[in-house]
Write a protein that binds this ligand. Structure first.
Ligand SMILES: Cc1ncc(COP(=O)(O)O)c(C=O)c1O
Length: 486
């Protein structure tokens, strides 16, 4: 059945369904059993960040549908997505407005390259909108890519190009942090401070990348007040600059709060001091807002929430609520002016830089966040409840520390909470806890032995209560399993 363009724009998804065409699959394929999906999955789909031997023995969970805060698997189980996908599905699943925006843009202009003095209205409108939303009045120049990793690649290239153009080519070294996650391409993995990534092939880390310790109070702050620790942790940046040589350092890369590293909230005073150090040494500050951007910390950006003034900002994930792959690297006037006025052609870009459909989805996503007052709701109503709920776990027998910032929460599992002693890695305690939660209908991710929660911005009161009831049951079950509770 062929549909007219007008009909598609009017109601594309539901009409496609009527036409018997669901998700591009033959209808008979949607009837396959879970086992059949698993067999086919193993044969050809190589999964990211996966232990393939474990996948072979356990099989994948097959997710077939999403609606609001929930996803549904091929066995009919309903799972509340306590992680918002990978921290990206801010608006939840199945929003028709976003599907319609995508379909309308594809019908109007499905693709437009932006290399050869060519542009299109949707990318222009989105760049304008992002520049207007970001804090301060200097972050005005938006470069688009498809992923957060690429946003960081672009930021590194912009930093190094900037220093070359202003006559300081010896400024090459990028300082990042342990437990940071900046993505999986070669440079983004190098910036990341998660050790297993550096052993995973590709001669990573690449040269001229250094790491300082994370501002992780639980791990490094024993015997200090959080305020004192904030200053100590910021001083690690200054020490690294002095050791490397101030003339060699190009930039500091950091997430406002570290999500994949285990929901690490910066201690009080940390960011103000980091900002001061960067200014003192004239180091560019590149803030990876891929997770914190678009509401996660109860403000449009983590930089708003924490008073950061970046030279470059990397955005991704909730920019489209996960409905389309899109990221953006936003350069301040200082950096962009050098590139534009002195640089000639900047030999950098992607086929899908500013893809029309992705930009249309992002614009609609931002419109929905604004029209529904989601960030205000999250800040005023959800975040205070979230932090209170997390605090109730502070003395749980298996929790060394329960912490949160905005709608990002972490539970550090500990064998001996008083001594802050972790479980041996081989016990996979976090994975056990995660499986207990999944059995009860909650996706509750384990980053090593730090359990992480990042619910969607649209979470309702009932869903909120369900999440914390399951978190408690899962932590209790894990504590019993590992001998910390009767
Ligand atoms: C802070 C941060 N930066 C960058 C990335 C990489 O984004 P992507 O997976 O889209 O490449 C991630 C992904 O989780 C992230 O959490």
């Amino acid at each position: 059945m062929k549909l007219s363009r007008d009909a598609l724009i009017a109601d594309p998804i539901w009409r496609r369904r009527e036409a018997g065409c669901k998700s591009g699959l033959d209808m008979t394929e949607t009837q396959l059993t879970t086992q059949a999906w698993r067999d086919r999955d193993l044969a050809h789909f190589l999964h990211p960040f996966t232990d393939h031997a474990a996948l072979r023995s356990d099989g994948a969970r097959v997710i077939v549908r999403g609606d609001g805060a929930y996803v549904f698997d091929s066995e009919g189980a309903r799972i509340l997505d306590g992680l918002s996908g990978l921290g990206n599905v801010a608006l939840g699943y199945g929003r028709k407005e976003l599907a319609h925006a995508a379909a309308a843009q594809m019908a109007e202009l499905s693709y437009c390259q932006s290399f050869f003095k060519t542009t299109h209205p949707t990318a222009i409108a989105l760049a304008e909108k992002i520049a207007a939303l970001l804090p301060g009045d200097a972050l005005n120049h938006v470069f688009f890519q498809s992923s957060g990793s690429e946003a960081n690649e672009t930021a590194v290239r912009a930093v190094r190009r900037y220093w070359e153009l202003v006559g300081r080519p010896e400024r090459r070294v990028i300082i990042a942090r342990e437990r940071a996650y900046h993505g999986s391409t070669a440079m983004a993995a190098s910036l990341s401070g998660l050790k297993p990534m550096h052993g995973a092939g590709g001669d990573i880390p690449l040269p001229n990348v250094a790491h300082i310790k994370a501002p992780h109070y639980y791990a490094h702050g024993a015997g200090m007040t959080p305020e004192a620790f904030g200053l100590v942790a910021a001083r690690w940046l200054e020490e690294a600059i002095e050791t490397i040589g101030p003339d060699k350092v190009a930039a500091f890369f950091a997430e406002p709060a570290q999500s994949a590293g285990g929901a690490i909230a910066p201690p009080p005073g940390y960011w103000a001091e980091i900002q001061a150090v960067c200014r003192r040494y004239d180091i560019l500050l590149c803030v990876d807002e891929v997770v914190c951007g678009f509401g996660r910390l109860g403000a449009w950006f983590g930089s708003d929430a924490l008073g950061i003034e970046p030279d470059i900002v990397q955005l991704g994930k909730a920019l489209t609520s996960g409905y389309a792959p899109l990221s953006a690297t936003v350069l301040s006037d200082r950096v962009a002016d050098a590139l534009i006025e002195r640089g000639g052609e900047w030999a950098h870009g992607f086929t899908y830089s500013g893809h029309p459909m992705c930009c249309a989805v992002a614009l609609e996503n931002i419109r929905l966040i604004e029209d529904e007052g989601l960030i205000e709701r999250v800040a005023a109503r959800i975040v205070p409840r979230f932090s209170r709920a997390i605090e109730t776990f502070a003395d749980h027998p298996i929790v060394g520390e329960a912490r949160s910032i905005g709608l990002m929460g972490g539970f550090e599992l500990a064998r001996d909470r008083k001594k802050r002693e972790a479980f041996p890695h081989e016990l996979h305690v976090g994975e056990y806890c995660s499986a207990e939660a999944l059995k009860r209908g909650l996706a509750f991710r384990a980053n090593g032995d730090t359990m992480t929660l990042m619910p969607p911005l649209i979470i309702t009161d009932d869903q909120f209560d369900f999440v914390f009831a399951v978190v408690r049951e899962s932590l209790d079950a894990t504590a019993r399993k590992f001998g910390l509770m009767d």
